[in-house]
Design a protein around this ligand. Structure first.
Ligand SMILES: Nc1ncnc2c1ncn2[C@@H]1O[C@H](COP(=O)(O)OP(=O)(O)OP(=O)(O)O)[C@@H](O)[C@H]1O
Length: 572
């Protein structure tokens, strides 16, 4: 289970205030009681509470001063001292409000930052299988988009919380002025809260619809960019994508309009509640209680002063709902990650024995079945292989025969389901330790080149420079190799860069998944007849998936894969 957001700091606490129940349709009531008891446990919380109280006291003080001066004026009097106090309180109000909002926002951002770091670390620890299972888009949303929504809601939320304290102060003043007015406003405000609760439910529903249509639209937008060539070459395809995007855009617009409709009701409710309160004091209160006219004026003034805090409270409500929704998404993502059972950061030291090769015995791995497929997932089975330093092994086989899967199990990217892998004299656990994965460098079919040469220090960058020259693409890159711009490289050039990066890592085992497939004949020849032999002489163990039958004799041994099983090629 995802660990609930613990109230370690004010930031965490404010996030906790957005609490949710596990049942998505049944939200937990706001833990206001917890809010009151936990607030002030830490020095910073005490500070923030002090700012909130100070600004509320100053706001209420301003109201009292105005009423007092107005009363004096009615009696033909005037007090300069009250005017001076008024200015002082105004300054105190501005200062405390600014400090409260800025400090609380900074604390929540800190809390979000810490949370984001934890989740990034957990995500980095996931196995490739789990990442594939989670799907990239969800990962990006879980790590970034939902946090953005949450951040945007912070200032209005803090302002809303300040509004609550301010309301408490002003309400107390109203009670002092007239208990009957206090009771009347409590009834009107209570009815308004009921109205808000029903709007809240509707908004929750439309927000989910908006999120879903937004997600669909983003995936179409990505297809529009990534599939641009295919779209350019097929009018019908383009028309159909455009139609799907138009439909999704329309449903997004509809659900967003619904949101806006409900949010507008919430906002206008805030203002009209204040007017309603003032109206009920003027029109109803005289009928319910015997109150002198000048008291009515002071009560009306007090009620009008409620407009500010009620407005910021109403404004914070919509942000509250959006923030809680984003928090839901974050927590669901964290829960999914925790369900993957990601291992704790692995700091196991490698065994002292030197690397003397790999031994795979009866290794198997089963893919999860695709959700749309009826059959069970593809399985590689009974993989037996030994690889020594300075040895070159080729793996061949038809499309879908399991070569890439076998390579990913061998390198520890997929946790194997059975069999044993031995290296440096120890048996590797199914979830391979980091030191084992660090034995390998390689270029997979779906390789990625990072915009910075992560993991390479000065000697690594010098090695990168050397291999880029050997592969004939040094001139295509900037002088400073710590940043790598790949946009202007051709497919083959980019793959050469990926190989140079892998070689610069100077790992004992090199794995290549059809690396030569995109290379020109001269590069291919140089790769098989010069580079591989050179690496072999250096003592590197090399595994290449290849279809280049002209160069099969460049390998020490060749294995053939068919339907998930690997056999020595001579025996095939
Ligand atoms: N992440 C995955 N989840 C589920 N099934 C998968 C996954 N990756 C691959 N498969 C399935 O496993 C089988 C073997 O795929 P693999 O990529 O290992 O084959 P290959 O021999 O490398 O093929 P190719 O030469 O086309 O690259 C295929 O049927 C494929 O659909």
């Amino acid at each position: 289970m995802a660990e609930p957001i613990a109230p370690r700091s004010t930031g965490a606490f404010l996030l906790r205030l957005l609490g949710r129940s596990d049942n998505q349709d049944e939200r937990a009531p706001l833990p206001f009681l917890a809010f009151l008891t936990m607030w002030g446990q830490q020095g910073t919380r005490g500070f923030l509470l002090a700012y909130a109280v100070l600004s509320a006291a100053a706001g209420t003080g301003i109201l009292v001063l105005l009423n007092t001066e107005a009363e004096l004026l009615q009696r033909q009097g005037y007090s300069t001292l009250i005017a001076v106090f008024f200015i002082v309180l105004l300054l105190v109000y501005r200062f405390s409000q600014r400090m409260l909002v800025a400090n609380a926002a900074a604390q929540i951002e800190q809390e979000l930052h810490a949370r984001r770091q934890t989740i990034v670390r957990k995500t980095l620890n996931l196995s490739l299988r789990d990442i594939e299972h989670l799907r990239g888009e969800r990962v990006v949303n879980g790590l970034a988009a939902s946090y953005d929504s949450l951040s945007q809601a912070i200032v209005p939320l803090v302002a809303g919380l300040e509004g609550v304290v301010m309301l408490a102060f002003m309400y107390a003043y109203l009670l002092v002025l007239s208990p009957a007015a206090g009771a009347l406003t409590a009834v009107v405000a209570g009815l308004s809260v009921l109205g808000y609760l029903s709007l809240n439910r509707q908004l929750d529903h439309t927000l989910r619809e908006t999120e879903e249509s937004g997600r669909r639209f983003r995936s179409y937008a990505a297809a529009l960019v990534q599939g641009n060539k295919e779209l350019r070459m097929n009018t019908q395809r383009r028309v159909e994508l455009e139609r799907d995007m138009a439909e999704t855009s329309a449903s997004m617009a509809a659900s967003r309009s619904n949101n806006a409709h409900i949010l507008a009701q919430i906002l206008t409710t805030g203002t009209s509640v204040s007017y309603l309160l003032a109206g009920s004091v003027v029109f109803l209160l005289p009928m319910l209680a015997d109150i002198p006219g000048e008291d009515i004026s002071r009560i009306v003034m007090a009620v009008l002063f409620l407009i500010g805090p009620v407005g910021s409270l109403a404004n914070s409500v919509q942000h509250f709902i959006i923030a809680r929704f984003a928090l839901d998404n974050i927590q669901q993502f964290e829960q999914r990650i925790d369900e993957c059972g990601a291992p704790a950061p692995d700091a196991t030291d490698p065994p002292p024995a030197a690397f003397d090769g790999l031994k795979l015995s009866r290794v198997c791995y089963q893919h999860q079945a695709a959700q749309t497929a009826n059959a069970a997932g593809f399985r590689v089975d009974d993989i037996c292989l030994e690889l020594k330093p300075g040895e070159v092994i080729f793996i061949t086989g038809g499309n879908g025969s399991g070569k890439t899967t076998a390579l990913r199990v061998l390198t520890g990217l997929y946790p194997r389901d059975g069999g044993t892998i031995t290296a440096r004299g120890v048996q590797i656990p199914a979830q391979a330790p980091q030191w084992y994965c660090n034995l390998f460098a390689g270029v997979f079919a779906d390789y990625h080149v990072f915009p910075r040469a992560y993991g390479l220090e000065a000697s690594g960058l010098a090695a990168l420079d050397h291999w880029l020259k050997r592969l004939g693409i040094r001139d295509e890159l900037a002088d400073d190799l710590s940043t790598l711009q790949t946009e202007a490289l051709s497919t083959g050039q980019k793959k050469r860069l990926a190989l140079a990066l892998a070689l610069a890592e100077e790992r004992p085992v090199l794995v290549l998944d059809e690396w030569a497939a995109d290379q020109d004949p001269a590069t291919r020849l140089a790769f098989y007849t010069e580079i591989l032999p050179e690496l072999k002489r250096q003592g590197k163990a090399i595994i290449c998936i290849t279809h280049d039958d002209r160069y099969f004799d460049c390998a020490d041994r060749r294995f053939h894969m068919s339907e998930g099983r690997m056999t020595p090629a001579d025996a095939s």
